[in-house]
Design a protein. Structure first.
Length: 709
């Protein structure tokens, strides 16, 4: 449960019983007051707190006490098994339960309205003595009042505080039936809140439920089934057809067809064989596999995705910050309106109605529920969105910067020409270059090494390898100083005659130098990803007015590609130039989306309002660097993300508008004495359901037309 980070230690504590943002604040305050606590982040949807503490001061029972003192609980065992067994059944129940719930509320509302109209309540009041009615109200509402009192002792006002005051005022004027109806709807309202948060938790819970619990490992020549947590890195795991792969790893033996939808959202299966990477939670079929484990549990690509989705709540959208700030003033404002109503009208029932009708929780839930639904829906499609903040920015975005190599292009460039300049042969030039590039992760480096391997050239082990971002590599190969890269790396490269012809053809050039003397040139071409054209066309219809290619490659290569795609370009850029360009655009008030490969573009991605990384499956760097990670290399996910973002923000605005209007109308009617308190209480649980219904649409929103190779 605990990871070390520098001097502080991170502790994750599961917390139960939180139904509303209000609750997270209570837990937050309680935990922040503990000694040695540096930072606390409480997550409503994943039901946990992440604490940064001084290791010496960690006291788990103290943490538990603090949480319990605030009125919540810490389960004794970690949540995983419980989650995985209940998630599916819960998910399949939610819709009928929701319908039933709506029906019950509707029916009760009808009874209340009809009862009011026919005067049934008055008749009941006449028959039952007032003291009995009052006792009844006190008894049935006891758990709520205790909560309110407990909060009051902690100097906190919760939404039930005001409603309880409403109950008291109804009782004071002898309207115990009204008070009873209010209490009943306080329970209904709590349930609605619980249901709404629980429902939105499903998005995350459904993800966690996919992780296999056991793995079959090869130990001492024997197959042995062990808990996934016990698998060691480097151990061999055996996977039979139809099974979910339990770990991340590299195939040692066997062949299979793997459905990687849980990671990439792509339902077309891929073929894997020796040396292929496989991911935990994907399903193997049509063959047996032996896999060498590289990552287990939370460290797998899938584990990281789940964790990032769980923690997405921390990156709040600006609208939510506003709503949060507003809701802290909300209760005092309502209390003042109630006081004013009483002073002006001297009508205790109108006062009670004001106290009862207000609905602060829905305001706080309006944004996160919608964000979470979209983040969950995105994760299922291979689109990892790290927070509501980024959905908000995407919906406002107007500039798109794209990187070239590995982003617009397939990232598998081919070496098409090899020119030997000095006394060396072509094979030796290639061999030197490949040896120097051996440990570079750049797509061009891979192309060089691949070509060398195709020609069966033995590589040498480079010493003192150094990668120069945006330029190339330097390494000591067999005692010689070898450099491979562009003109930026090798200034005298300009004098190479043949280079100009190759450049004019739009090829990317790699100069190879030994001890500062250029001995050869390699020319690479790369093909544009086939779905790019269509994706860029869609992007233009989604609020993006300017698309620009930013590349470290030379002028001609950039110009050629930019012309083909009909976009602007800037060439010969260093990674820091890209950052500067993003900053300049932002200074002009533009909201910048940047799509890059996540490895050598990481800083520019981080600077952009929304950084989107391609090829994040299996690449920890890309997964960490981006705000939005594409789990499969498919440009159609970019317009898809924009569409999801816009739809989410529309839903959020509708949710907020609805709640605001509801409170405005409700409070005005109540203050004017036009809304009887029991009706006000009944209406109080409606906004939650409205928000839930509205936001649920995001979970099953139809997928947009997809571009396909
Ligand atoms: P882009 O911006 O198109 O993704 P990079 O910034 O990754 O390009 O690299 C820019 C240029 O730097 C490449 O076109 C290439 O000329 C050179 N370069 C970068 N890394 C390498 C490498 N490992 N080997 C050879 N050339 C490299
Ligand atoms: Mg790049």
């Amino acid at each position: 449960m605990a990871h070390r980070t520098d001097a502080l230690q991170q502790v994750e504590v599961p917390i139960r019983g939180m139904d509303c943002l209000e609750c997270t604040h209570h837990v937050q305050h309680a935990l922040a007051a503990l000694p040695g606590m540096a930072a606390v982040q409480v997550y409503l949807t994943s039901e946990k707190a992440v604490l940064q503490m001084e290791p010496a001061l960690i006291d788990l029972s103290g943490i538990r006490q603090a949480v319990e003192g605030a009125g919540y609980s810490v389960p004794l065992t970690p949540a995983t098994p419980e989650v995985s067994s209940s998630a599916h059944t819960l998910a399949s129940f939610t819709r009928p339960v929701l319908t039933l719930f709506g029906l019950v509320v509707g029916a009760v509302l009808l009874v209340v309205v009809a009862g009011e109209w026919l005067g049934i309540f008055e008749r009941v009041t006449e028959r039952v003595p007032w003291w009995l009615g009052t006792l009844l109200v006190v008894l049935i509402g006891a758990p709520i009042y205790t909560n309110v009192l407990r909060a009051a002792l902690r100097r906190q006002i919760i939404s039930h505080t005001l409603m309880s005051l409403g109950v008291v005022s109804a009782l004071v004027v002898g309207q115990w039936t009204t008070a009873a109806v209010v209490v009943f709807f306080m329970y209904v309202g709590s349930y609605a809140e619980h249901f709404t948060t629980e429902r939105s938790r499903q998005a995350v819970k459904r993800l966690t439920a996919l992780a296999p619990q056991t793995a079959r490992v090869e130990r001492e020549e024997q197959e042995q089934e062990v808990a996934v947590g016990e698998v060691q890195i480097g151990e061999t795991v055996i996977i039979h057809p139809g099974e979910r792969i339990p770990v991340d790893g590299i195939v040692l033996e066997g062949q299979a067809t793997v459905d990687q939808a849980t990671i990439t959202g792509e339902s077309l299966p891929v073929e894997v064989h020796a040396d292929s990477h496989v991911f935990a939670t994907t399903i193997a079929s049509l063959g047996h596999l032996k896999v060498r484990t590289t990552q287990v549990g939370a460290d797998t690509t899938y584990g990281r995705v789940v964790q990032l989705v769980e923690e997405a709540e921390a990156h709040r959208a600006e609208v939510q910050r506003l709503a949060d700030r507003f809701s802290t003033y909300f209760l005092p404002v309502v209390a003042s309106i109630a006081l004013l109503t009483f002073l002006v009208s001297r009508n205790p029932l109108a006062t009670a109605a004001v106290l009862v009708v207000a609905c602060s929780c829905s305001l706080a839930l309006a944004t996160p529920i919608a964000m979470l639904a979209s983040i969950g829906a995105g994760a299922k499609r291979g689109l990892l969105i790290k927070g509501g903040k980024y959905l908000e920015a995407l919906a406002q975005a107007n500039v798109l910067f794209v990187d070239k190599t590995g982003t617009l292009t397939t990232g598998r460039p081919q070496i098409v020409d090899i020119v030997a300049l000095a006394h060396l042969s072509e094979a030796v030039v290639l061999q030197l270059a490949a040896s120097a590039e051996r440990y570079s992760e750049h797509p061009l480096a891979e192309a060089v090494c691949r070509t060398a391997a195709e020609q069966h050239l033995p590589l040498e082990e480079p010493a003192r390898f150094e990668a120069v971002p945006g330029a190339g590599v330097r390494a000591l190969v067999g005692g010689k100083q070898v450099a491979v890269g562009n003109a930026r790396l090798l200034s005298e490269a300009h004098q190479v005659g043949t280079a100009q012809d190759l450049e004019a053809q739009g090829k990317t050039l790699l100069f190879v130098a030994v001890d500062d003397e250029v001995v050869g040139v390699l020319a690479a071409t790369d093909t544009v990803r086939p779905e790019v054209t269509q994706a860029l066309a869609e992007v233009r219809t989604l609020g993006i007015t300017h698309i620009e290619l930013l590349t470290g490659d030379h002028e001609q290569a950039a110009a050629r590609l930019a012309k083909e795609l009909g976009i602007a370009y800037q060439a010969n850029l260093l990674p820091e130039d890209k950052i500067a360009l993003v900053k300049t655009a932002q200074a002009k008030g533009q909201v910048v989306v940047m799509v890059g490969d996540g490895v050598n573009d990481a800083p520019a991605l981080a600077q952009a309002n929304v950084g989107i990384a391609m090829g994040a499956a299996g690449s920890e760097v890309a997964l960490e660097a981006a705000h939005l990670a594409l789990m499969r290399d498919d440009w159609s996910l970019v317009p898809e993300a924009l569409r999801i973002a816009r739809r989410t923000m529309r839903t959020v605005k509708l949710n907020i508008g609805f709640t605001a209007l509801y409170n405005l109308v409700g409070l005005s009617l109540a203050a004017l004495g036009l809304l009887p308190p029991n009706l006000a209480a009944a209406a109080q649980s409606l906004p939650d359901l409205g928000i839930l219904a509205n936001s649920s649409r995001l979970l099953r929103a139809p997928s947009a037309p997809r571009t396909r190779r």
